[in-house]
Design a protein around this ligand. Sequence first.
Ligand SMILES: [Zn+2]
Length: 400
Amino acid sequence: MTDQALLPPVLAPRPASTAAERRLSERIFLLARTRALRVPSLHPRHGGLALCGPDAVEKLRELRRRGHSGLLIADPAFYENDVATDDQPFTFTADDLFGHGLDRELELQLDSGATVALTPTRYLRAGDRGALRAVVTAAQDIDRVGTVVMIPAAVGWLLDSSIDLFLPALASIPHPVAIALGGQFNPLDSHRKATTNLRRLLLEVPGTALWRTDLAAFDSIAHGGPFASFGLTTALRHIIPPDEKPQNRNGGGPVPPTVLLPELLRFSSGPALAKRYAGLEAPTCTCQVCRGAGLNRFDGYDGDTRAQADAHNVAVWNELLSALFSLRDLGNRQAWWRRLCMDAVNAHETENIRIRQAGAFKPPKDVKRWVDLPVTHSPAPLPAAAPDPHQPGTSGTLLR
Ligand SMILES: [Zn+2]
């Protein structure tokens, strides 16, 4: 597809409009369950840890007590169980001498050492205007510095039928907004238009970020999101709507550890990879954790195997973060991301040929979509090089 009518270059990061946005800018957080948490090695400049679960605030306080000095966010994830209504858009847990309500929840998080406070927003069903209005109205009244408004929304909000309502509502919130999408599997796979409308939202509502996602974190940053969060496990890469059961591709058995295959930009089940490469030479990984070891070694469901797979995933993730954030404008970030996706789609075919199994690996739908969708911004020109006294005329060429 040709790229048409590209928007002018936009430097990244764009200026932050609140203190919270400034603190989170140019970072992709790792979102991890508080249960059996082992903190992997995070990117010092572009990473951070977000704790997920009803006891997230307590765990955060404990990590701070133990000396954790990096960026920390608590996401109590009440949206996993509670649906927002006109009357009850948030879930409150605190009820002590110091008060009860939205401001008290935010204060508790910040007092516990959180880098910013997330609103305890309930799940927004597609098209429920009353519930959205209730969240937005309350968000407009928050004057606490360091607040991020969580919008856990059914993916239906990104469709053409709702986006013209959703977008101005979010634009009227005077704090950064973190959107987590609800739906089975990868919610963005169910409607192609959801990805383009999400890009539009990120661009037109500065300060909006994608939360609780997967590789879409990169696409979101390349389209103007100031920050994002990436789920450590499959279940933390989207929201299952509170009144639905998670649909599971392995028929309801135990959930296997997933392994990020860097060249294919895909997550595959550890045991499935071991089976696929039985008797074959498996791909190896050069990340800091694997150091050349094969990616077929995550064949188990135990805690150690999961922790090793997670550590590999995060190490690969950290390398991608360095590459993404070294680019200083949206156009170059988009071009880099699209090229990576294109290479990944081609690498599927190459790997299938290498192992002589036609169709063994099929490119993920989202990666194909990121290749097919046009980039939106022109790249900023490269900075001018210093004139080379030995080659007259070189600098003039670069400056044109
Ligand atoms: Zn690795």
